[in-house]
Write a protein that binds this ligand. Structure first.
Ligand code: PLP
Length: 401
């Protein structure tokens, strides 16, 4: 059966060939790093094996560059990718969980102001699904208290708020090229920054990393060929059930390698980055059509966009009235070949592996819990066929009670 993957980026054969030949050229990685830095309005960029490796290095570098040894806490959104708190711990720092606003999914500004910011090294934004957080406000709070903002745009490359690119706020920005992000080379991450002291430390730390193995690079190049074929809805229907692919699973993982990005992969990210405006306009158009079509679905509420936000939509998130209703909708939609998901299964305060590291004060972020119970994501990628928004809406209203 034909199946729409939850998220993805089409890589045609022509794109594949062009990407590979670009990746094999000298300086291919440097060009990508520079292009991302320019995009974010920063002066320098560095590429890493993954976004989580980039995050560990960013946090270590912020710690090195800080002259205040009391600052060892990192504030993260109570509902975000599990690798964010894992990276904080990996960097030898202490994760603090800030609740989120259920209407916008942004860090809750009221909750953020409650923290004793004199002990905080960095605040990490989330910008989930390509929806910008309240970045101007978060940046102002960070600046006033001498805290660094790490603008996590792993899911938000191309998004803007008030004309400024997401990933370009604060001291350092982060991008990811993992599966299901705005552009992909299956693995990869980037940092962008400008401050002279910080960039010197980042450069030193980046140079001291290993290059990763050739075997892994070759594996990824082969897997990319498979990925580009399998994302096609007829094939995705066949493979989505293969357990060794681990599609759609969220696991807490903290033993990932810290390497530089293999230059051969950079061609893929580079070519897709050039196509980002086109990819984004398709995702936006699909997201708008879905939002519009879902209006009559009484058990589904949209996420509000903040003023001036131009999202880049890796997927369209919505909130479903109850968990039971969400389970029913996801089952129905999947039965009809639509990759609806419940996103991350839990708020960070309820992730067992993290619990020993979480302060009692942070163990009940109720907004994050509510989002974890109610969120559903819908595909908006370029493989979504005409009329799919109406089909989804029909499924979501036909079983309405
Ligand atoms: C994916 C993601 C990361 C980590 O990126 P990887 O490249 O998968 O390691 C960090 N933060 C957020 C919000 C993410 O979605």
């Amino acid at each position: 059966m034909s199946y729409l993957a939850p998220a993805g980026t089409p890589v045609s054969l022509a794109t594949y060939v062009r990407s590979l030949s670009l990746g094999l050229r000298r300086n291919s990685g440097d060009n990508l790093a520079r292009a991302l830095a320019t995009h974010a309005g920063h002066t320098q960029g560095w590429l890493f094996s993954t976004g989580r490796a980039a995050m560990v290095v960013a946090l270590q570098a912020l710690k090195d560059a800080s002259n205040d040894s009391r600052r060892n806490e990192v504030i993260v959104a109570g509902y975000t990718c599990y690798s964010v708190p894992a990276s904080v711990l990996r960097a030898g720092l202490k994760p603090r969980l800030c609740d989120i606003d259920t209407r916008t999914l942004s860090l809750d500004l009221g909750a953020l102001k409650q923290f004793d910011l004199t002990k905080v090294l960095a605040i990490v934004s989330a910008n989930l699904y390509g929806l910008p957080n309240a970045l101007h406000d978060i940046e102002a709070i960070a600046r006033e208290s001498g805290v660094a903002l790490l603008d996590d745009a792993a899911q938000a490359l191309g998004a803007k708020v008030g004309q400024r690119p997401v990933g370009g706020f604060g001291a350092v920005g982060l991008y990811s090229f993992d599966k299901g992000k705005n552009i992909t080379s299956l693995e990869g991450g980037a940092l962008v920054a400008s401050d002279p002291l910080l960039t010197a430390v980042l450069q030193r730390r980046w140079e001291s990393l290993g290059a990763g193995t050739t075997v892994r690079s070759v594996q990824n190049v082969v897997k990319l060929a498979a990925y580009s074929a399998l994302l096609h809805p007829p094939l995705y229907g066949l493979v989505q059930k293969l357990p060794f692919l681990g599609l759609g699973l969220t696991r807490y993982e903290d033993d990932y390698p810290l390497h530089r990005y293999p230059p051969v992969l950079s061609g893929f990210a580079r070519v897709l980055f050039e196509r980002l405006p086109e990819l984004m306009s398709i995702r936006r158009r699909n997201a708008l059509a879905l939002r519009e079509a879902l209006r009559p679905a009484s058990s589904i509420a949209p996420i509000d966009l903040l003023d001036g936000a131009e999202p880049s939509y890796t997927r369209l998130p919505v909130l479903v009235q109850t968990t039971a209703r969400r389970t029913q909708l996801i089952t129905d939609l999947n039965r009809h070949g639509i990759g609806a998901t419940a996103s991350y299964p839990a708020a960070l305060c309820d992730v067992p592996e993290l619990l020993p590291h979480i302060e009692p004060a942070d163990r009940a972020t109720e907004g994050a819990r509510e989002v974890a119970r109610r969120i559903m994501t819908l595909p908006v990628h370029p493989f979504c066929p005409p009329g799919y928004a109406e089909r989804i809406a029909a499924i979501c209203t036909s079983s309405q009670r």
